[in-house]
Design a protein around this ligand. Sequence first.
Ligand code: PHE
Length: 447
Amino acid sequence: MAKLAHAQWSSRMTFVLAAAGSAVGLGNIWKFPYMVGESGGAAFVFVYLLCIALIGLPILVSEWLLGRRGQKNPASTMSELARGANKPKAWAIVGVSGIIGAFLILSFYSVIGGWSLYYTVNSVSGAFIGQDADGIGALFNGMLSNPGLLLLGHSVFMLLVIGIVARGVTKGLEGAVRILMPVLALLLVVLIGYGMSTGHFGEALTYMFNPDWSKLTAETVLAALGHAFFTLSLGMGIMMAYGSYLGKDINLLQTARTVIIMDTVIALGAGLAIFPIVFANNLDLASGPGLIFVTLPLAFGNMDGGLILGLMFFLLLTFAALTSAISLLEPVVEFVEERTPLSRVMATVVAGVGAWLLGIAALLSFNVWSEPLMFGLGVFDLLDTLTSKIMLPLTGLGAILFAAWCLDRKSVEAELELSTTGKSVWNIIARYVAPAGVIAVFVTGLI
Ligand code: PHE
């Protein structure tokens, strides 16, 4: 009965936009470039691209496929599919751990959303104009060492997310994604153009695409794998939840390819915009989470029309962060709503405030609470490491193992509309290559 009532996306385009809205976010523009910088450049980029193609793509397809078959929230979808396939109910763990992962990510994601909001305000007030690297660096460090300011940004961002999810207007955002995403891409092109004018674009290209394999360590490979999951919103039940609204007529492989191309192009574009500025100003490649905030304002502060372009950029970045954050809160809310007597609004408030509280611990780890909490990491790094490097890969692994080994193989092949060669390729990748890749990287990265 519930099946009949379960709504569907109105078209393939709406679905692509919603999935891209979740995938494209801070992960592409804020996180990818600084991970490249911390991990030594092109070798990391190549491993990342390999992880996207060989592991991310099949897992994305698997999550959609599971969601479309289960038609419920991730936890119920997994337990129901397991029952149907005569497999242990314990598979529901895949759904539950995804929901926990989404909650943990939302907490620190919102802190960075707050940075983006603060930089939006800074661009309007002209704070970047004529500044050199030292001035921009001081602005960033000033923000980081000010817990009240971080709390304000984090709170406003989280309030926006809670407000949108509570009112259930998330579906209205796809129209905006359709327009704003291309504008964001265009702004990246402008920034790449600025990068070319610095005379250091070639250096950036070499850095990003000419690998020095000696830079590769088990740890950077695990970081690349974890980021492939993060950027595609995998291993969190989110794509599974989206898949549950997916009509039977939509081709999963083609759709996954479209979403992945958009996501990857934006991430690479962000890298190409940022690294020329790093080289031109002799900035530290390994500046970590501050990288985009100490580079891009330099471009905006020193180019024609920088005020308005900076404003547009940080507004769009905030918007991209919002659409991703909304997709993080949704599955948590659905879960709370289903398991408790709370109404949707109350469930949203409870889940959102919970993540907000945890986010406060994360933002304090940038200033007053910077001493390590566990494994030499502060709260922010701990949340990031626990989710990206551990929970997402394991949950994604669970999803693909279930799709490839527990579901009826013939019906999966039919559902994916595969040719004879396609079938063999899919089975080899989904059954062996992707799972073995995750396990190998995971085990070597952790020991
Ligand atoms: N994929 C989003 C990004 O790259 C972040 C995100 C992760 C969103 C997990 C939802 C789930 O910014």
